[in-house]
Design a protein around this ligand. Structure first.
Ligand code: ATP
Ligand code: MG
Length: 281
C-alpha cells in the first residue's frame, strides 16, 4: 500500500487561544518496507500516525492511498479496511471485555469465521510470546503494562493490515518481548505490509527500519536510509536524537584512534568492523 502525504498541516489551540502547529507542511510517501519515525517528545509523531490512520483530519494538505484521495470514496474505504494503528497508550485501543474478544473483533468485522478468528488470534498472540489459552478470558484492562502493549500489537497484527502503523510498540517491553515484537513487525513488512513505526529506541529501529524520518516541531528534518541516519552519531546528536548504540561506540572508538569501517548498527557489526580495521577479520 502506498500512502502519499502532501503539505499536511494540523494545528491545536495553544494556551492563549493561538494556533500551534503539531504538523507543519509534512510531505512524505511510504510504500513497502519499514519506516522509522523519530523525534523528540511533542515533535508530532503520534499526530502524524493518527493522520495516516485516518483517525485525525489535517487542517490542510492532501493524503492519497495508492494514488486515490483518502478523504472520500475508494481511498477512504481503503484506509478504513486496511490500516492498523497500534496506539501509544494501549488502553485507548481496547474496548472489549476480554482479550479473546479484543482480538476477534477486528477479524470478525472483516468477515472471518469464528474458528478462523480464534486461530489467527492465537497465532498473533504467539508471535508476541503470549497464549490465547492463558490470557483469552482476562480483561485487557487488567493486564500488566507490557502484556497490554503486546495484546495491542497482536490485535492489530492479527488483521494483517496493508498499512501497519505502530506508536512506540516496544516501550516498556523486556528484551525478549521487544525482540519478538520487532521480529513480528519485520515479518509483516516481508509479507508486503507498509510499516511506519514511531520510536525513541534507536536500537530497535536499527534492527527493523529501512528508512528513518525525523520530525522536529511538526516538520520533517531528516529522511533517509536507516543506516545513514541511525549509523551517524554526530548527525543524530545535532538533531537532539540518538544514533544506534553501536554507532555511538564507533564514534568513541574513532575519537580514540581506532579505525572503524562503515556505519555499524549492531554490536556484531561493530565488532566485525573493528576486527576488519585491524586486519583480524
Ligand atoms: N489533543 C491535543 N490538544 C492540544 N495539543 C495537542 C493535542 N495532541 C497533541 N497536541 C500537541 O501536538 C504536539 C505533537 O504531539 P504528539 O503527541 O504528536 O507528539 P509525539 O512526537 O508523539 O510525542 P511523544 O514522543 O511524547 O509521544 C505537541 O505539542 C502536543 O502538545
Ligand atoms: Mg507520541
Amino acid at each position: 500500500m502506498r500512502l502519499t502525504l502532501e503539505g499536511i498541516r494540523l494545528t491545536y489551540e495553544g494556551p492563549a487561544g493561538e494556533r500551534v502547529a503539531a504538523l507543519d507542511d509534512v510531505s512524505l510517501e511510504v510504500s513497502g518496507g519499514v519506516t522509522g519515525l523519530m523525534g523528540q517528545t511533542g515533535s508530532g509523531k503520534t499526530t502524524l500516525l493518527e493522520v495516516m490512520a485516518g483517525v485525525t483530519r489535517p487542517d490542510a494538505g492532501r493524503m492519497l492511498v495508492d494514488g486515490a484521495e483518502a478523504s472520500h470514496g475508494a481511498g477512504a474505504r481503503a484506509i478504513a479496511s486496511s490500516v492498523g494503528l497500534v496506539f501509544q497508550i494501549p488502553e485507548r485501543q481496547f474496548f472489549e471485555p476480554t482479550v479473546a474478544d479484543e482480538l476477534a473483533f477486528g477479524l470478525l468485522a472483516r468477515g472471518a469465521s469464528g474458528k478462523e478468528a480464534r486461530e489467527r488470534s492465537a497465532h498473533a498472540l504467539s508471535l508476541m510470546g503470549l497464549s490465547l489459552d492463558e490470557l483469552g478470558r482476562r480483561s485487557p484492562f487488567a493486564l500488566s503494562g507490557g502484556q497490554q502493549r503486546r495484546v495491542a500489537v497482536a490485535s492489530v497484527l492479527a488483521t494483517r493490515p496493508g498499512l501497519l502503523l505502530l506508536d512506540e510498540p516496544t516501550a516498556g517491553l523486556d528484551p525478549r518481548a521487544r525482540d519478538a515484537c520487532l521480529a513480528a513487525v519485520a515479518a509483516a513488512a516481508r509479507e508486503g505490509a507498509t510499516v511506519v513505526m514511531a520510536s525513541h529506541d534507536a536500537n530497535a529501529l536499527a534492527s527493523v527500519a529501512d528508512r528513518v524520518v525525523c520530525l522536529d516541531a511538526g516538520r520533517v528534518t531528516l529522511d533517509g536510509p536507516a543506516r545513514e541516519l541511525l549509523g551517524n552519531a554526530a548527525l543524530m546528536r545535532d538533531h537532539g536524537l540518538e544514533a544506534a548504540c553501536a554507532a555511538r561506540a564507533a564514534a568513541a572508538l574513532r575519537r580514540s584512534g581506532v579505525a572503524v569501517e562503515g556505519n555499524p548498527l549492531t554490536a556484531e557489526e561493530l565488532a566485525r568492523a573493528v576486527l576488519r580495521g585491524r586486519g583480524l577479520a
